[in-house]
Design a protein around this ligand. Sequence first.
Ligand SMILES: Cc1ncc(COP(=O)(O)O)c(C=O)c1O
Length: 425
Amino acid sequence: MAAYAEMSREELTTLRNSLLEEYESFKAQGLKLDMSRGKPGADQLDISNDLLTMVTSIEESKINGTDTRNYGGLDGLPEMKKIFADMLGVDTNEVIVGGNSSLNMMYDTVARAMLFGIMGSTPWSKLEKVKFLCPVPGYDRHFTICQTFGIEMIPVEMNADGPDMDVVEKLVSEDSAIKGIWCVPKYSNPGGITYSDDVVCRFANLKPAAEDFRIFWDNAYVVHDLYDVSDPLLNILDECRKAGNEDMCYIFASTSKVTFPGAGVAVMAGSASNMEATRKLMTFQTIGPDKVNQLRHIRFLKDLDGVRAHMKKHAAIIRPKFEIVLNTLEKELAGIGIAEWHKPNGGYFVSLDVYPGCAKKVHALLKDAGVVMTGAGATFPYGNDPKDRNLRIAPTFPTVSELEIAVKMLCLCVKLTAVEKILEK
Ligand SMILES: Cc1ncc(COP(=O)(O)O)c(C=O)c1O
């Protein structure tokens, strides 16, 4: 099919009428499909069911002399620290194991900085203004953390290999109110982009105006490959150390999408001094995390090889779903000049940029026809996508047959809104 921009008004009108007819017949089917949140499907949860029987007796609740039922172990069981340290390529004294949510650890990290500052700096809440850089499109819940604390968000464009580092370097070095940046460096949410070596090195070599500037390196998809070959990602802590900036990054991850999102284990990591400062403040927050659940994970996953073998099972389940999305986008939308997307090698999302000014309309049309997607704009700070282009597709939760219909429907709405927009001109 020809690019829409090259079609005559007459051709576009005919096309619009036939797309509209197709849309109405889909709508009449009364669909009820959900592509909104990046949740594992029930079949993915089922591959971790053995976790539930890993600790069933008093004897099984002990490991190397520790009774996991009791208080203590502020920063996690050593065996759980080892699994996470290997996963993130850091030392065990550079990790703190938390509860079940890395997002919670990110929130707490920002909250501690607001209340107490970082390593002796002025508490952020006492400053006139605190700003974070937010690569866009990005993860909505990072943005809502900032919003909750009144932190001003500055969007930074994502390139094909990570955030636009010219902009990041300039802003971070010039403005001491900029205290952080959110990064999802591997299989980013939602773009599925992995940061290049150059981008990671430029991050590590930043020269922030703020002494307490931190990179919030949310490595949520560190082991979440769809294929046998993983996108390579440089180790941010190593690179920061080489650059003499070892305290500049906080790293986060979890087993939410390895085992159970509702009952996984989360981690934060960073330089030994960052972790020491964090532990000191955590002492007043908790006597210790859920060690029984850590022990379940230690027994179930065993080590990094165990994690990788388990992730292959996830990949086998979700790869066909990603392929349905990508093949349908290719078949329906390639070559007509109205949409762009990136083929991710891992993670949980496909990010779709539709014709400018159409994302909200696509979302609304889909909703009217019974297909729920993440709200248009959610991938931008304050829900404001200035070009109204980006939509996030989350392929994992629907079944294969539901997904087939939902993505077809999505493509139909993308085409219909684009034709209408072009005809408006
Ligand atoms: C980038 C990113 N970080 C964090 C999370 C949530 O992690 P957790 O379940 O460990 O809180 C998600 C979930 O979708 C995510 O996409």
